[in-house]
Design a protein around this ligand. Structure first.
Ligand SMILES: [Zn+2]
Length: 505
């Protein structure tokens, strides 16, 4: 054994007004400092500056009257900081105590980043045969001497006794090793099965967090599942919302994928399917609309089309993807203003033939409504103004498979149908009718298709509308793009295909 100084320890317990670190406050702090110089106990009541709920008062015995004249956390902050400085912070369900202190220190303008050791996790590691690791169970199992249960110093004494006891029953190097592993790991919610965390792979994949009653909380993807999941518990929460989410997690599930593309596609599909409460970004966007340019009585006009539309994804005249008709109209108005187009001719407002529209009276519209510009010239400018928003049409004949490290992702008309292990299996995936355009998949593929086009396998274009092709083409790189009239949209894909180099295979 190496002769290193024994670590400086702080056994800590807090009482609070409730369970939420960002909203509730501390009512009592108990600290037991252990180091070369011995053992010192310290505790203080804290005025939480908010009322203590009745049931918490009866649980802890700490009443509103008791804390009324106690110092506030701000008064005690310096002393507590000094007592905890350069010590391993040891607590039972340490995320709770650490979270509260972190938030209290934040209110006083200080950072709090101790090395944290959770005795729930330590107990779980050392005594894996037991199901329960709460303080009462541990006290009973190890016959600890209970002084004041549910008071800060009383509970801190229990974990200090537990610590001493395991040092009598376990080999020192085993303990050192276990503690070192737990400390180096960010503090996980103690409810989570430590073994489940241990078995998290370091590969690409999608992870799912579940809360109470198995409610889906959050879905994310990563190139390293283990690292990403652990980062959620690192304690460096960017926001109160993130902290709140991490405290709600009861269970983790995950899905390994063959690569990054597979993870992106699965993530989008699962978010749509499970609608987790904390995924705002990718949620609710099945309702997508786009401006379709149509010729009406000689005037080129945008008309709203939704993804219910059978030809969405194949129509070369669609422009922009919007999550509401209001956003679509706002965007079109902004374009009209920027390009001096006539809102009346665009159909955005009512208009009597020959009369100048309101927009032309304030010099925004260039006057096509009042004959100052020909309708043909206006039509050309409408098409030009919207060109940059034009959606790429699905550039293949039917479904394709994209190979990625032994997986084949099947996509048709910007919709993800699933992943298989082989091209033969991919051909068996149901591909009936036209697929519903999926905005997430469209956006993922806009970025990825140029990179992966050399790994695309055409699966055949049979749909209800089209007769099945006589021959099934397993396309070679470069020859997979459909020859079609809408060159404007296919040129981009062609260029991309020509420039593409396979990346990770
Ligand atoms: Zn006008």
């Amino acid at each position: 054994m190496s002769k290193i100084k024994p670590p400086r320890l702080a056994f800590v317990d807090l009482e609070t007004t409730g369970g939420t670190a960002t909203a509730d406050r501390i009512t009592e702090v108990g600290i037991i400092e252990v180091d070369e110089d011995g053992v010192r106990e310290w505790s203080s009541l804290v005025n939480p500056q908010m009322p203590i709920p009745e049931f918490i008062q009866s649980l802890t015995g700490i009443s509103n009257a008791m804390v009324e004249h106690a110092p506030s956390f701000a008064d005690l902050a310096d002393e507590i900081r000094e007592r905890l400085a350069d010590r391993i912070f040891i607590a039972h369900n340490a995320r709770f105590d650490h979270g509260f202190l972190k938030n209290e220190f934040k209110r006083t303008g200080h950072e709090f980043r101790p090395s944290v050791l959770c005795t729930v996790r330590l107990s779980r590691k050392l005594f894996p045969g037991f199901a329960r690791h709460n303080l009462d169970s541990i006290a009973e199992r190890h016959r600890l001497q209970v002084t004041e249960r549910h008071r800060a110093l009383g509970d801190a004494r229990l974990i200090w006794q537990f610590w001493q006891q395991i040092h009598e029953t376990h080999a020192a190097d085993l303990l050192e090793d276990t503690v070192a592993r737990l400390i180096s790991r960010p503090s996980l919610p103690s409810r989570l099965d430590a073994f489940q965390i241990e078995s998290l792979p370091t590969s690409h994949g999608v992870y799912l967090f579940y809360g109470e009653n198995d409610l889906p909380l959050y879905i994310g993807k990563s190139n390293n599942l283990r690292r990403r999941v652990l980062s959620h518990f690192s304690g460096d929460h960017a926001s109160a919302k993130e902290l709140e989410m991490s405290q709600q997690i009861e269970r983790i599930d995950w899905l390994e994928t063959a690569g990054e593309l597979g993870a992106l596609l699965q993530e989008a599909a699962l978010i749509k399917k499970l609608a987790p409460t904390h995924n705002r970004q990718l949620r609710d966007n099945e309702e997508v609309c786009s401006w379709r340019l149509v010729m009406r009585k000689g005037k080129l006009q945008p008309v709203l089309a939704t993804t219910d539309d059978l030809f969405f994804g194949h129509d070369p005249q669609l422009h922009g993807l919007f999550t509401s008709t209001r956003k679509a109209k706002d965007a079109l108005r902004a374009i009209a203003d920027a390009y001096g187009l006539c809102p009346a001719l665009l159909g955005l407002e009512k208009h009597r033939a020959g009369k100048p529209c309101f927009s032309s009276q304030v010099q925004k519209c260039q006057g096509a409504c009042a004959g100052k510009e020909t309708v043909e010239s206006h039509n050309e400018r409408v098409a030009a103004a919207l060109e940059s928003l034009r959606l790429q049409t699905w550039p293949y004949e039917g479904a394709i498979g994209i190979r990625e490290n032994g997986a084949v992702h099947v996509i048709d008309c910007w919709a993800y149908l699933g992943s298989t292990g082989t091209v033969a299996e991919a051909r068996l995936l149901p591909q009936q009718g036209r697929q519903r355009f999926d905005r997430d998949v469209y956006q993922i593929m806009q970025k990825w298709l140029p990179k992966v086009s050399a790994r695309v396998v055409q699966l055949g274009g049979a749909t209800d509308e089209d007769p099945p092709p006589g021959i099934e083409i397993t396309a070679l790189p470069g020859s997979v793009l459909k020859e079609s009239a809408n060159d404007a949209t296919n040129n981009a894909a062609n260029d991309a295909a020509n420039n593409a180099t396979p990346d990770t295979d």
